[in-house]
Ligand binder design. Sequence first.
Ligand code: IPM
Ligand code: MG
Length: 363
Amino acid sequence: MTKKILILPGDGIGPEIIAEAVKVLAFLRDGSDLDIAMDEALVGGAAIDATGEPLPDATLDLARQADAVLLGAVGGPKWEPLPIEIRPEKGLLGLRRELGLFANLRPAILYPQLADASSLKPELVAGLDIMIVRELTGGIYFGQPRGVSAREGGERVGVNTLRYTESEIRRICEVAFDIAGKRDKRVCSVDKANVLECTELWREVATDVGAGYPNVVLSHMYVDNAAMQLIRAPKQFDVMVTTNMFGDILSDAAAMLTGSIGMLPSASLNETGKGMYEPIHGSAPDIAGKGTANPLATILSVAMMLRYSLDQPGLAERIEGAVSNVLDAGLRTSDIMSEGMRQVGTCDMGDAVVNAMADASRA
Ligand code: IPM
Ligand code: MG
């Protein structure tokens, strides 16, 4: 049956990098047994400009009907003066919540070709392969009460609430343990159980879930220490599982260990395996429209989509292999450029990946 893919280019460099990912999808649609239909819709600032809302009903309806969603990025300075309720980011958060995408998988893999681009010494990051499993529909991002309230005693008060139910903790921990079972069989659960009761509960539930996975080793770490360990000795980690906000922060740090945030894809999954796929970098308004952005994180997000939502692991590997071949050939966008390599723009990089896939299938 034809699988429906909803494409949401979004803002900033979003449309440019999405165009390259669409090239890859179209190449596979036309040249393999991949049976997909692509549709496109507005989200974020682009949707605000056209409709006044960051997540129009029409977009949400299409996203609900789709088997998978591919998103570029949202946000930019143009919309920053707007009230938080109608900022572009609300489009992204609304999609996560409405589609129930509670499990955010953020791999941090170092491509050996890019070892020099890391801010850490090559020996600390060689072979790095971490999977951060971030809870995505709960915690302080969504907890009530929230907001800035009228003056109390002469000043305004800002409130956000960190809240997790046992079942929310359990299901994300199960995802992490399932993934670890297929990898190096180690889960590090990150919390702040020495201060926050909510994450004391997190630690208890993680321990309880872990008891059901005797072949996976569970450790616990406070988030401040985890941030330090990621920079001190990142290879100690296999799978990390954590709350929405801790995962937001740690995944940016982990990404930078790999040299460029421009290389890293992500998947956000619901209970049924439906997913939204996006690069973990943002809309990079400073380079938008220049044709210099790195499309590889978005192209690798397509690979994750094929693996997790479309049951096409072979095609996912073809994309990943092509990306590796293009790096081997010395092609680099400016964010990962180093001496002796050939600098290319967004569009040339996308073409190179498609050509590498074509070459590999001829070989
Ligand atoms: C991310 C981003 C988002 C988040 C923003 C854009 C709302 O930083 O996906 O990591 O905080 O989750
Ligand atoms: Mg973030």
